[in-house]
Design a protein around this ligand. Structure first.
Ligand SMILES: Cc1cc2nc3c(=O)[nH]c(=O)nc-3n(C[C@H](O)[C@H](O)[C@H](O)COP(=O)(O)OP(=O)(O)OC[C@H]3O[C@@H](n4cnc5c(N)ncnc54)[C@H](O)[C@@H]3O)c2cc1C
Length: 415
């Protein structure tokens, strides 16, 4: 077994899980990673006493794959308070736990966010989805989420003030055109689990998987240029002969014949500011309904103190679309922050921006899982990555395992 050369392209979550599963079966795979670190889209930088995730993202504790691969206790997860602070012009109000305890939403906030009927509908949906398996959710016919919400009978008030800003920040698209399957899945996860970040940042998640690897070698700064048959051509000009290859990146990047077969990605801009003190002072997401540059905000040190060790508060701001130059964008965002908080724009000290051009795959046909046969493209080349299923941590992990199983299966047939 040891002599079989299995290469994995990409050290994101899917590549790391594929390696872990191959190790469990006795193999010693080699990961080829273009960048200088593991984690792919899930990384945390340490800058001037702040921890900055590459884009605002959370782990949902109800993800089945998170329970399988992560020691949630050892991550020292810090939970968000369920619900959201809605910034509506100069006013702000809190909607507590709408997806787990909708009947507890307090009357006053509800009157601004939705109707009494919305509260009942929220409750019914919560009950329905909790009982529905993830596979069943992804086997439903798909309609755009905005249509689904209308057809379910939610009012325009709650769609515009809660669902739109909340789910835009998750789907990373403005109009809720994302499939109702993803809506149901995410809603169910929020109904069952907590949104959380590891105490010391999202980068702790891939690090925890890497620590479980003992026989896998990772070559950093090793970008794959092209794969042809069993040969891997590196950007450096070197070539490697493989026995099996798992491509844990969108494969059109490394296989000419697949170019043009994948939809463009969804992007997001994540800006970080520091402020003397959080103006929210609670571990909650802040939403800006309507037409703003800013979609959502969070003071990360309200969620986990370790995100700031220099005494200032760290504000993470997500912007979905902008044609502005970076300096114009910073000014415009500071002005919006002033308008919702009353804190003078100049007090929001800009730290850095992450322009994430590939944040989520833009998929029409979302899946929860695929049979092993579907990730095999030749006898030697297999696919992994969230783009095969749906854009989530859960999907990336599932896809890594499926690819590893397919490789193992191929050996069972040839030996
Ligand atoms: C801003 C943002 C917010 C998100 N929010 C959430 C959330 O709240 N909840 C959730 O569940 N999910 C969220 N996600 C999605 C989640 O992060 C991804 O689904 C997951 O990390 C994808 O892992 P992956 O292994 O499929 O791909 P990637 O992480 O993209 O890994 C691919 C790896 O391959 C490497 N690579 C690329 N090209 C080459 C090459 N030619 N040669 C060698 N290596 C190469 C890359 O450097 C990278 O390390 C979010 C993502 C982003 C960016």
């Amino acid at each position: 077994m040891e002599e079989e050369k299995i290469y994995i392209v990409g050290a994101g979550l899917s590549g790391l899980i594929a390696a872990l599963e191959l190790e469990k079966a006795g193999f010693s795979p080699v990961i080829l990673e273009a960048s200088d670190a593991i984690g792919g889209r899930m990384k945390t930088d340490e800058v001037d006493g702040f921890l900055m995730d590459h884009g605002f993202q959370v782990l949902n504790t109800a993800y089945p794959e998170a329970k399988r691969y992560l020691d949630l206790q050892a991550l020292h997860l810090k939970n968000f308070e369920p619900g959201a602070v809605i910034f509506d012009g100069k006013d702000s109000y809190i909607i507590t736990d709408p997806m787990r305890n909708p009947l507890k939403i307090v009357g006053m906030a509800l009157s601004k966010v939705g109707t009494f009927l919305d509260k009942i509908k929220m409750f019914t949906l919560t009950q329905e989805l909790k009982k529905k398996s993830n596979e069943a959710i992804f086997n439903e016919p798909t309609v755009p989420t905005h249509q689904y919400l209308k057809e379910y009978g939610f009012s325009d008030l709650i769609i515009n003030n809660f669902f739109k800003p909340f789910f835009r920040g998750i789907f990373l698209e403005k109009h809720l055109n994302t499939s109702s399957r993803m809506f149901e899945f995410v809603f169910k996860m929020f109904a069952l689990g907590n949104a959380a970040v590891p105490e010391k940042g999202m980068g702790q998640i891939p690090s925890m998987i890497r620590r479980q690897l003992s026989k896998t070698q990772i070559y950093f700064s090793t970008a794959v240029k092209e794969i042809e048959g069993k040969t891997i051509y590196l950007e450096s000009g070197e070539k490697l002969e493989a026995d099996r290859i798992i491509i844990a990146v969108q494969p059109d990047k490394v296989m000419k014949q697949l170019q043009g077969q994948f939809a463009p990605a969804r992007q997001v801009i994540n800006l970080y500011f520091s402020l003397q003190r959080s103006f929210m002072a609670r571990p909650m997401i802040g939403l800006l309904p309507g037409d703003h540059l800013v979609n959502n905000i969070v003071f990360m040190d309200d969620v986990s103190k370790a995100y700031s060790s220099n005494g200032r508060s760290l504000l993470s701001v997500s912007v979905l679309e902008s044609q502005l130059s970076e300096s114009e964008l910073i000014k415009a965002v500071q002005a919006e922050l002033e308008s919702i908080s009353g804190v003078n724009a100049e007090y929001f000290k800009f730290i850095r921006a992450y322009h994430i051009s590939y944040a989520l795959p833009n998929l029409d046909d979302l899946k929860y899982s695929i049979p092993m046969t579907e990730c095999k493209i030749t006898d030697h080349v297999y696919l992994a990555g969230d783009y095969l299923l749906n854009g989530s941590i859960n999907a990336a992990m599932t896809s890594g395992r499926t690819a590893a199983e397919a490789v193992l299966h191929s050996y069972m047939q040839t030996h």
